[in-house]
Ligand binder design. Structure first.
Ligand SMILES: Cc1cc2nc3c(=O)[nH]c(=O)nc-3n(C[C@H](O)[C@H](O)[C@H](O)COP(=O)(O)O)c2cc1C
Length: 396
């Protein structure tokens, strides 16, 4: 992982009681040789004084865009020279402002003007965090490629317990190192990701599907894009918006998924098969809506082609193939079996009881070298980890 030494880290501090915690983050990054430029909102200064940050970073703290001496464009200069912008702690209010692109303070102008990666670490009361307004705003930011360091469960300042507590400084620091290290690790590589369920028609209005949300695949596509890859996301029907900056192929059935994946193979450096593709399709889907007949109806299913095996055989030389195994029971053993049968390079195993549909996942990465079990984490974080593994194998 790259060092933070010599990098410009813009640390935007907002009006949360957790502001005192990022004093330590500023100190640690400065000690490691980063130029830490602290920006504070008006409310943040109610909790910690600019002097505290100034004394620890050896730099003036920016609190007012109109007081900048720099030059005529001082309000955006910081964003332009940042290697990473970190909003921590991020209040519900600042998250809402960023989601709407508001620019009435230096944090707003900096985030709008920067081309560097942006990290947001929310901290707030659990109900403020759970409120759909906050969740929608975070979803908007994620979709734009902002890296959200999810808050943790735990005792909040109010004494209540719940998600909303600022992630530990170590996790925010790891996210900073991660985005700095990853920003070019897959430059020049083409990563193909499949995501979501497939729909197998029964008749023109009914279909057989599964509970895959597509969230993990979309998070992987986004993480690969942030690592500099050219990304093709081939997605079955989901409720998610396409990932910005990623070439998007929409499919419905397993057969369409197969065709779309095979078409990318001559040019794919990695194929990440996160979609939950139907194993079976209806043998004779009806052209007309099936009427209620007052008796049982039999559906005959026939097996779909196995995309992973075919991809393994037809891959470009040196291309990395990653299969997924979502299972009940023992997903790791099932992943090991998949590895033997279909010979992908890696298999991501997950228990459907944990990962399917939600935002959290608990995966294990199974390869011929062994099994790496990962702690429970958000799909965004797991995707970042997986992309780091891909970059280690095929990156520059
Ligand atoms: C004691 C106290 C603690 C607060 N803690 C938080 C917090 O942890 N998270 C949050 O979103 N807002 C918190 N607020 C409310 C924000 O300070 C308020 O919404 C403010 O307008 C945020 O402005 P800013 O985002 O520009 O910093 C707190 C307010 C008070 C009085």
């Amino acid at each position: 992982m790259s060092d933070v030494a010599g990098k410009t880290v813009v640390l935007a501090v907002t009006g949360s009681i957790a502001a005192y915690k990022v004093v330590e983050l500023a100190r640690r990054l400065t000690q490691q040789g980063a130029a830490v430029e602290v920006v504070m909102t008006q409310s943040a200064q109610e909790f910690v004084t600019p002097l505290t940050f100034q004394a620890l970073t050896y730099r003036p703290v920016i609190t007012n865009m109109f007081g900048l001496e720099e030059n005529a464009a001082g309000h955006v200069a910081l964003g332009e020279r940042a290697d990473v912008v970190v909003v921590a702690p991020a209040t519900a209010h600042t998250i809402a402002k960023l989601a709407h692109g508001e620019a009435d303070d230096v944090i707003g102008t900096t985030v709008l003007a920067t081309r560097a990666p942006v990290i947001v670490a929310p901290a707030m009361n659990r109900y403020m965090y759970a409120n759909l307004a906050t969740q929608d705003n975070l979803a908007v930011l994620r979709r734009r490629g902002v890296h959200v360091v999810d808050p943790e469960e735990g005792a909040l300042a109010s004494g209540a317990v719940g998600p909303g507590r600022l992630a530990p400084i170590e996790r925010i620091e790891a996210a900073i190192r991660d985005v700095l290290a990853r920003s070019e690790s897959l430059e020049g590589r083409h990563v193909v990701v499949t995501a979501g369920p497939t729909h197998e028609a029964i008749d023109p209005v009914r279909y057989i599907a599964n509970r895959s949300s597509g969230k993990f695949g979309y998070a992987i596509a986004d993480a690969a894009r942030r690592a500099g890859a050219r990304v093709t996301l081939i997605s079955g029907p989901t409720a998610l918006l396409p990932v910005l900056g990623v070439s998007f192929v929409s499919v419905s059935t397993a057969a369409e998924m197969r065709d779309a994946v095979l078409a990318t193979l001559p040019d794919a450096d990695a194929v990440v098969m996160a979609a939950a593709v139907a194993d079976y399709r209806v043998a004779n889907p009806s052209g007309q809506k099936i009427k209620k007949l007052g008796r049982a109806v039999d559906l005959r299913l026939e097996e779909n082609a196995d995309i992973l095996s075919e991809v393994g055989r037809r891959r470009k030389q040196g291309a990395l193939i990653i299969g997924f195994k979502a299972e009940t029971g023992d997903p790791i053993r099932a992943a090991e079996q998949l590895l033997r049968d279909k010979k992908p390079d890696l298999v991501v195993a997950n228990d459907v009881a944990v990962g399917f549909g939600g935002d959290q996942t608990e995966i294990a990465i199974v390869s011929p070298d062994g099994v790496e079990r990962m702690a429970p984490m958000s799909k965004t974080e797991a995707a970042t980890h997986l992309v780091a593994i891909i970059a280690a194998r095929i990156g520059r």
